[in-house]
Design a binder for this molecule. Structure first.
Ligand SMILES: Cc1cc2nc3c(=O)[nH]c(=O)nc-3n(C[C@H](O)[C@H](O)[C@H](O)COP(=O)(O)OP(=O)(O)OC[C@H]3O[C@@H](n4cnc5c(N)ncnc54)[C@H](O)[C@@H]3O)c2cc1C
Length: 468
């Protein structure tokens, strides 16, 4: 407890009131899906656990009215949503997706390309799928001698991508990382695909038919219900963690901006990329610091276009579309039929997205609407409302969710693997090996870190402890 008092007096010396001192076996930093899943499993295993979050709300991520998933490929989300009794609604999976300049997709969901471009698309897609499956997540740098600093654009060109297939590859990286294909290392992309089930799985997640279930209230609702299953008082909101100190007595002291101090035996950083502003002592490994500092930040914003009627369905379309020549990378049908609410959400990403965001409001809206018409290749009704879904975004959850690690830093990742640092453990998007970048992957990482911590908390065999 001396360490807690030391930290408290440091805060008082800085003129900040030290208000609360609480302790638990485990403190989880981040009340997103990975942190709450970890806390839930820890408490079920009998450990005492508190969850701290910087915001005044539970749920991590950006606010979304609803989220979409496929019950087969997202079994953890499905199990949790049904287990918690949350409202889920089967989405219409009728209608075809659209790709800008190519019109409605084929029956198998692939873009409607002419013969030459189609051959190129199939070759690039299948070769990249094969390469992504060959990446060993425990040795992500193994293919550096072959691919070195090659970008996704260069990799696609080396596999015979025609100009239109190059644009499709650009749409993939914009959607995943908010970065153009010339700004993403080929190996980082392949590694991401491996951790998300392969390129084919990544592409199928982008299609409408894979978004078959709508979770009302989105991830936030899922997280709120998960938090309600924790012991009362387990979640402390509006706690911006500033420092994590590991003391010589194997205690961890977590200090927040408000001067509150929490003591534990193990701490979990759930969403490490989001927690870059936290000072950790002793310092995080050089490898982790390099990973956090080197990643180029992506750009991604969501704009909802609200309509009186789902005009796209009347045209036999699903509403899901891919943009190739402009700032919109993906469009999704985010309607709530049950309420008679019809909307398309446009994901604006990459360099052209950044440029669009520098324009004045009117010019931005007009250029967005022009791009929507270009994508659907036809006149489109004027939306009755245009909503910037990220207008209140804060710095605590960057969008997009995943870091694009430069090729030069894959050796840092290979050495480090986000392994625990003393009593500090890691969970979240960077640490998930299934459906990375989706809630499914983050729940898996939360379960895994809980197991690691439970193992680390186990009582030491007597013989061993007497030898120490
Ligand atoms: C625009 C967008 C749409 C998405 N749509 C979907 C979808 O439809 N389906 C799907 O499966 N996935 C979707 N995702 C992905 C999903 O939201 C993320 O993968 C998931 O939220 C990440 O969970 P996490 O627990 O790792 O981190 P987060 O959810 O980001 O949680 C991290 C938490 O840490 C907190 N924090 C940060 N810094 C501090 C600090 N200093 N002190 C205390 N707390 C701190 C933050 O406030 C946050 O609550 C979407 C992501 C984005 C960006």
């Amino acid at each position: 407890m001396a360490a807690v008092q030391d930290m408290a007096s440091t805060y008082q010396a800085r003129g900040l009131p030290s208000r609360h001192k609480r302790s638990a076996q485990v403190i989880v930093i981040g009340a997103g899906p990975s942190g709450l899943q970890a806390a839930y499993n820890l408490q079920r295993a009998g450990a005492t656990c508190l969850v701290l979050d910087a915001r005044d709300r539970i749920g991590g991520g950006p606010v979304a009215a609803d989220d979409y998933f496929n019950a087969t490929s997202h079994p953890r989300v499905a199990e949790l949503a049904w287990g918690l009794g949350l409202a889920v609604e089967q989405q219409s999976d009728e209608g075809k997706d659209v790709v800008e300049g190519l019109g409605a997709s084929r029956a198998d969901g692939t873009p409607n390309l002419s013969e030459d471009h189609r051959r190129s698309f199939i070759r690039v897609r299948d070769n990249l799928e094969g390469l992504s499956q060959r990446v060993d997540v425990s040795r992500p740098a193994q293919q550096l001698p072959n691919y070195g600093a090659m970008t996704v654009h260069e990799l696609a060109v080396s596999q015979g991508a025609t100009p239109i297939v190059q644009k499709l590859a650009n749409a993939w990286t914009s959607t995943l990382f908010g970065l153009d294909s010339k700004d993403v290392s080929a190996l980082c992309f392949l590694l991401h695909c491996k951790c998300a089930g392969g390129l084919l799985q990544v592409l199928s997640e982008m299609r409408s038919s894979e978004q078959s279930v709508r979770l009302q209230g989105g991830v936030e609702k899922l997280c709120e219900e998960l938090a309600a299953r924790l012991q009362p008082g387990s979640v402390c909101l509006s706690q911006v963690v500033e420092r994590i100190d590991q003391t010589p007595g194997n205690k961890v002291v977590v200090t927040t901006q408000s001067g509150d101090v929490f003591q534990c035996t193990k701490a979990i950083l759930a969403g490490p990329a989001q927690c870059t502003a936290i000072e950790v002592a002793p310092e995080l490994s050089e490898d982790k610091q390099c990973l956090l500092e080197s990643a180029k930040p992506g750009f991604s914003k969501r704009i909802a276009l609200v309509y009186d009627a789902p005009w796209w369905r009347e045209r036999g379309l699903s509403g899901c579309a891919q943009g190739l020549d402009g700032s919109i990378s993906v469009v999704k049908d985010t309607s709530r039929d049950i309420d008679g609410f019809y909307s398309l959400t446009c994901f604006v990403a990459g360099e052209s997205g950044t440029e669009l965001w520098q324009k004045m409001d009117d010019e931005r809206q007009q250029s967005l609407l022009n791009h929507v018409e270009a994508i659907y290749g036809d006149t489109v009704p004027t939306p009755c409302e245009i909503v910037d879904l990220d207008q209140h975004a804060d710095t605590f959850s960057p969008a997009p969710a995943c870091l694009a690690v430069p090729a030069a830093n894959l050796r840092n990742l290979e050495r480090d693997q986000w392994q625990p640092e003393g009593s500090v453990f890691f969970a979240g998007a960077e640490v998930s090996y299934v459906l990375r970048g989706h809630v499914e992957g983050e729940l898996a990482s939360g379960r895994r870190v809980a197991e690691e911590v439970i193992y680390a908390l186990r009582p030491m065999p007597e013989a061993m402890s007497s030898r120490l």
